[in-house]
Ligand binder design. Structure first.
Ligand code: SAM
Ligand code: DTB
Ligand code: SF4
Length: 364
């Protein structure tokens, strides 16, 4: 993943951002064609595997427990229902499934064991598997990789300077560490940001500078427009102009020619013409399906129609890297063995006429 040496400072990126719009789009489109097939757009589906009740205070997020929003908290989905949703996404043309959990960080517990099984199962469907589970350490990243994880999404969201205005329960540095842990484990990195949170253009450039300073910039960079959700501190933010989204996509494309730029949250507020300019300017991926994690998104049929009109084609899975191997996970296997033994013991006891004691388990 190389960066563009012509635009690797705040000043040059800022000047680029402020260029006459059509010149900017033309420059981005020219670079896009050198590194990517401009007709191909990846369709990635999101699935909220654990919703709401999050301990963090991210000012944009409807899933933070401390804000009163319409989001209903749900515990972790079952592996079977994830498989069903993944099959549906694949049938509708998605080549990637991104599973999101409203967690501050990954914990080594039964829920994480289940996520490992989900990764194995979805990878076996020959879809690219992405997870966004909050912060994670190196061992957890290795376990995910071993299970067949293709990508990890972990957004820096905005510049280092503006970060504290939006989130106070974690540090920018901690996010950078998680990205590093994913990289070290050999997982591809998906990391980007949100525009429209009240930040200055300099903060948008600051976000890109954080990626510029990495040894290896992200393989994919999602650009989200804030979805202002009632009950969150950012509920009253004025929607950004569509031009801002186009500019941000174009500058990201030019700065990181090899990365995939994702036109992410905010598409319900964009008309097809504005989205077309984003594809022209180098967007190579969208989130597909009528729901992002908790908020609406254009449905599959609407996007199918848009693809037809614009002459776009869905990108096949693993076009940017080999399918990872799903290896057995020793912790999951040991747990399953124990559960099977316990079930056998219970059956034997029942057959011998014993009534099993009622046991209450506490899950964290
Ligand atoms: N809890 C994990 C984390 O924070 O990394 C994963 C899920 S979190 C919802 C994933 C990303 O969604 C956030 O980093 C943020 O960039 C994006 N996001 C959340 N709420 C949003 C909103 N209202 N508008 C736009 N993007 C949003
Ligand atoms: C990303 O950058 N955007 C997606 C995905 N990565 C996880 C999430 C958007 C969430 C929008 C708000 C919601 O639906 O809850
Ligand atoms: Fe929690 Fe992630 Fe939402 Fe922040 S963005 S409140 S960490 S779910």
């Amino acid at each position: 993943m190389k960066v563009n040496p012509t635009y690797n400072t705040k000043e040059t990126l800022l000047a680029l951002y402020n260029k006459p719009l059509l010149e900017l789009v033309f420059e981005a489109a020219t670079i896009h064609r050198q590194f990517h097939n401009p007709r191909e757009v990846q369709m990635s589906s999101l699935l909220s595997i654990k919703t709401g009740g999050c301990s963090e205070d991210c000012g944009y997020c409807p899933q933070a427990a401390r804000y009163s929003t319409d989001v209903e908290a749900h515990k972790l989905m079952t592996v079977d229902s994830v498989i069903e949703q993944a099959k549906n996404a694949k049938a509708n043309g998605s080549s990637r499934l991104c599973m999101g959990a409203a967690w501050r960080e990954v914990r080594d517990n039964k829920d994480f064991d289940n996520v490992i099984e989900m990764v194995q199962a979805v990878n076996n469907l020959e879809m690219e598997v992405c997870c966004t589970l909050g912060m994670m350490n190196e061992d957890q990243a290795k376990r995910l990789k071993n299970a067949g994880l293709f990508a990890y999404n972990h957004n820096l969201d905005t510049s280092k300077e503006f970060y504290g205005d939006v989130i106070s329960t974690r540090e920018y540095e901690e996010r950078l560490e998680t990205i590093d842990n994913a990289r070290k484990a050999g997982i591809t990195v998906c990391s980007g940001g949100i525009i429209g949170m009240g930040e200055a253009v300099e903060d948008r450039i600051g976000l890109l500078m954080s990626y510029m300073e990495m040894e290896t910039p992200p393989n994919s960079i999602p650009i989200n427009a804030l979805v202002a959700v009632e009950g969150t501190p950012l509920e009253d933010q004025k929607p950004i102009e569509q031009w801002e989204m186009i500019r941000m996509v174009a500058v990201t494309r030019i700065a990181f020619p090899e990365s995939v730029v994702r036109l992410s949250a905010g598409r319900t507020k964009m008309n097809m013409e504005a989205q077309a300019l984003c594809f022209m300017a180098g967007a190579g991926s969208i989130f597909a399906g009528d729901k992002l994690l908790t908020t609406p998104n254009p449905d599959f049929n609407e996007d199918k129609e848009m693809f037809e009109i614009l002459g776009l084609i869905p990108k096949a899975a693993f076009a940017e890297g080999e399918q990872p191997v799903s290896n057995p996970d020793p912790i999951v296997d040991a747990r399953k063995k124990k559960e099977a033994e316990r079930a056998e013991q219970l059956l034997a006891a029942k057959q011998a006429g014993f009534e099993p004691r009622k046991v209450t388990t506490v899950e964290n």
